[in-house]
Design a protein around this ligand. Structure first.
Ligand code: KG4
Ligand code: ZN
Length: 336
């Protein structure tokens, strides 16, 4: 059973082929970062147009590299939300039309479920149940995952998402887009000098808030001469506060649920400092941390092919209509 996975929810065109026995057969990714960086962030209309340009040639290429003909495909999985409406529609229209022409099923995948299941593509995949921290540009979610589609929300960000906080901090520091990797790089030359708050950690609960941290960063920056070292020290303090806040909340979630497996996924899970601090915490808690390989932390087609495959194998069927959901709470997903 060969499944073609298509991801076009934001600024990355991702295409992959997954087979339940062979695993990931082939995947390709095209990032639009360069195009959007002139504007300091993603321009939705440009994103959609670029997906239109790239998607079909990338599907041809992935089939060629996998040495498959399109007639050998058994199903197509595509991201149908959440994300940018125009960008999502490119993937949805292409996937559904191609599936219809090949007379095979197409399945709509929730982008965050894709991220959540990305560690399953690794040899050492976590078993259910586990706690998952999903940290991307648009979402910060702590979830108890009992099985695919059986998600219990434990906590979420009440304002900015973790990735958004990294992106805004980068902007303040004059680093440009996308912020996460740039703040992280600059933090490497920073030293412990400022003590930033760990928001919402002094009260019970598993929700997050990152907007106060953003203001604190701005105020601190305004009080310095803004030398390269000042900026590096601020990046260091911001990253440290974010990582420690995640550690505190994840430890609490493990203790509250009694689970010993923690998954971290989504773009921010590529952050080395966050990974290191969470590893230290899970070791101390006699628990284990799982994360996707670096290239599957951020958006990609492999995670969509995998998630779609699991739902298809469980017998999920959908009507032929083409749809995309820019907003789509994880809690609305069906168990399989
Ligand atoms: O999951 P993703 O690729 O797209 C969304 O679904 O949003 O996540 C993108 C986010 C961006 O905010 C980006 O700045 C952040 O992930 N990010 C990072 C790192 N790499 C990407 N944040 C912190 N450290 C990183 N190394
Ligand atoms: Zn994503």
């Amino acid at each position: 059973m060969y499944i073609l996975g298509i991801e076009t929810s934001c600024d990355e065109t991702g295409v992959a082929i997954y087979h339940p026995d062979r695993g990931l057969v082939c995947h390709h990714l095209y990032s639009q970062i360069k195009m959007h960086s002139d504007y300091g962030g993603v321009v939705p209309e440009l994103a959609s147009r670029d997906h239109i340009r790239k998607l079909l040639p990338m599907i041809t290429k992935v089939l060629e590299d996998a040495e498959l003909d399109k007639s050998q495909l058994d199903a197509i999985a595509y991201t149908s939300g959440p994300g940018l409406m125009g960008a999502l529609l490119v993937g949805a229209t292409t996937a559904r039309s191609l599936a219809w022409s090949l007379n095979i099923p197409a399945i709509a995948v929730h982008h965050m479920e894709g991220h959540l299941l990305a560690p399953m593509l690794e040899d050492d995949a976590p078993e259910f149940p586990f706690v998952a921290l999903l940290v991307s540009g648009g979402h910060t979610l702590l979830i108890q995952v009992n099985a695919i589609g059986e998600y219990i929300a434990l906590g979420e960000s009440l304002d900015d998402a973790a990735g958004e906080a990294f992106d805004k901090t980068a902007k303040m520091l004059g680093l440009g887009y996308p912020g996460g990797p740039k703040v992280s790089k600059l933090a490497e030359s920073g030293v412990q000098r400022f003590n930033f708050p760990r928001p919402m950690t002094d009260r019970p609960g598993l929700d997050f808030s990152f907007s106060g941290l953003k203001t604190y960063t701005m105020n601190t920056l305004n009080k310095t001469a803004k030398t390269e070292q000042d900026k590096a020290d601020i990046a260091y303090a911001f990253q440290k506060a974010t990582a420690e806040t995640m550690v505190i909340k994840c430890r609490r979630a493990l203790q509250q649920t009694g689970l010993k497996r923690l998954v971290i996924a989504g773009g921010v899970s590529a952050n080395k400092q966050i990974r290191a601090e969470l590893t230290e915490m899970t070791d101390a808690e006699n628990a284990r941390l799982y994360f996707p390989r670096l290239e599957f932390c951020t958006d990609n087609g492999a995670m969509i092919a995998y998630a779609g495959c699991q739902r298809l194998l469980a017998g999920q069927k959908e009507r032929l209509e083409i749809y995309a959901r820019p907003r789509w709470p994880v809690s609305e997903l069906y168990p399989i």
